[in-house]
Design a protein. Structure first.
Length: 202
């Protein structure tokens, strides 16, 4: 059984970060995962030119649509893991973040694990890298949220505005047919659908 499905929609204008992003996935200390790379059809040639040497855990899914939300949906529909994690192709992840997520999942069996991130900012104030990671210290940086959540706890949590930095139980997403809306902001998962379902199941 695969525990994590890591879904990464690829966008080749960010190719200077893609190699670093994928390297950070290959170097995970916890290896029970699959990584689904969803690539727009017109960018196949550019992707091959990167010369990446990816192992059996990585799958490339070719999409006819360049929309990030649509390609995340494609990743969801192809995923097999118990938990789904979304990573942006211009980010990288800490080497132990899947391991720490696994430990909390094993102990608490949550519907959602929320972990933190650090930002790299250049001298012009531009964000150049965001690194998801997990830490027991909730005071490391002011925009970190940590915890495991089940069911209706999600209704009162205010840290759900971004889709990454979280591990979602795949069964909830699939059973409730929760997908991204391609016509809205690209980072917005239809959380309202999840909330409606939770409210009606009280």
């Amino acid at each position: 059984m695969i525990l994590f499905s890591v879904i990464i929609p690829l966008y080749l204008p960010y190719k200077e970060h893609i190699c670093e992003c994928l390297l950070s996935i290959t170097e995970q200390s916890f290896d029970n995962f699959e990584c689904l790379l969803v690539l727009p059809e017109e960018q196949i040639k550019e992707f091959k030119e990167l010369g990446l040497d990816l192992d059996w855990r990585f799958s490339v899914i070719v999409s006819k649509n360049p929309n990030q939300s649509t390609n995340r949906n494609i990743g969801i529909l192809h995923s097999k893991g118990d938990y789904i994690i979304f990573v942006d192709c211009d980010d990288k992840v800490d080497n132990d973040f899947l391991l720490h997520c696994y430990r909390d999942i094993y102990e608490f069996h949550p519907d959602l694990v929320v972990y933190g991130y650090s930002r790299s900012i250049d001298n012009l104030g531009k964000i150049t890298q965001q690194t998801p990671f997990y830490s027991a210290d909730k005071n490391i940086i002011n925009h970190l949220f940590f915890g495991c959540y089940t069911g209706k706890e999600l209704l009162t949590n205010t840290s759900m505005e971004s889709v990454w930095c979280k591990a979602y139980k795949r069964k909830i997403i699939c059973d409730n047919k929760i997908l991204f809306d391609a016509e809205t902001f690209i980072k917005s998962l239809k959380i309202i659908t999840l909330k409606d379902n939770l409210e009606t199941s009280k």
